[in-house]
Design a protein around this ligand. Structure first.
Ligand SMILES: O=C(CO)[C@H](O)[C@H](O)COP(=O)(O)O
Length: 229
């Protein structure tokens, strides 16, 4: 699929999600190119009179775009929970578990997601897989012990690679590094998530398991499939 065709699908899924937002909601907004289309569709709904109770987001990129549409963006700590969070994903499997963090915003994305009553992901069909595969798994690590973490992942056969930004290591919103694990496919996502959850120095990882409630999949035939957990 070329980029233009993929962008069209992303836009269709984004518009469908924007139609799900209701007046008075506390809304969570994710990060990425698909979410950028969602923010534009949400902005148009605002111009048509949509009034949110509060809005939180998962990156400075999304925050800037939302503010450009005149939205006020709150900190996550200022709200109790979101009614709905709309985000993209890098891969989604048959159980609606996913890999996220391609854009490096996984830590805030997971925190917003687990503090949301409902999570909807918007994807084009190329992101859908039967078992999680085809995309490196991002792991955000503290700089202080990142070399040890990297070596340990290599010993475990997880094929670690530093996320780079040009010549330098990519630095997250929180000043940490990202190690992308190229082990593929992921045979036991819950087992790997448990291992990463218990690895000292790991801040967060991109396995989003048992989090997504509904995925909107834009397909090349013009339809949007709504899959529920
Ligand atoms: O997890 C994410 C950012 O950390 C994004 O949601 C994910 O990478 C999908 O991005 P895109 O919509 O650009 O394909």
């Amino acid at each position: 699929m070329d980029k233009q065709a993929q962008d069209l699908l992303k836009k269709q899924a984004a518009q469908k999600a924007a139609a799900m937002v209701e007046d008075g909601m506390v809304l969570g907004v994710g990060t990425g190119s698909t979410v950028a289309f969602f923010i534009d569709a949400l902005g148009k709904r605002k111009e048509a009179g949509l009034k949110l109770k509060a809005l939180v987001t998962t990156s400075n990129r999304s925050k800037k775009q939302l503010e450009g549409w005149g939205f006020t963006v709150s900190d996550l700590s200022a709200i109790d929970q979101a009614d709905l969070t709309v985000d993209g994903a890098d891969r989604v499997d048959d159980q609606l578990d996913g890999i996220k963090g391609g854009g490096g915003a996984l830590t805030l994305e997971k925190n917003v997601a687990i503090n949301s009553k409902k999570n909807v992901w918007i994807v084009d069909e190329s992101k859908m897989v039967h078992h999680l595969s085809g995309f490196p798994l991002p792991v955000e690590v503290l700089p202080i012990s990142c070399e040890q973490n990297f070596r340990r992942f290599a010993q475990e056969g997880l094929k670690p690679q530093w996320r780079m930004a040009g010549e330098k290591r990519y630095v997250t919103h929180y000043g940490n590094y990202i190690i992308d694990l190229a082990a593929d496919p992921i045979p036991a996502p819950h087992g790997l998530a448990d291992y990463l959850d218990h690895t000292v120095g790991v801040v967060e990882h991109g396995l989003f398991l048992d989090i997504c409630d509904e995925v909107l999949v834009a397909r090349g035939d013009g339809t949007i499939e709504q899959r529920h957990r």
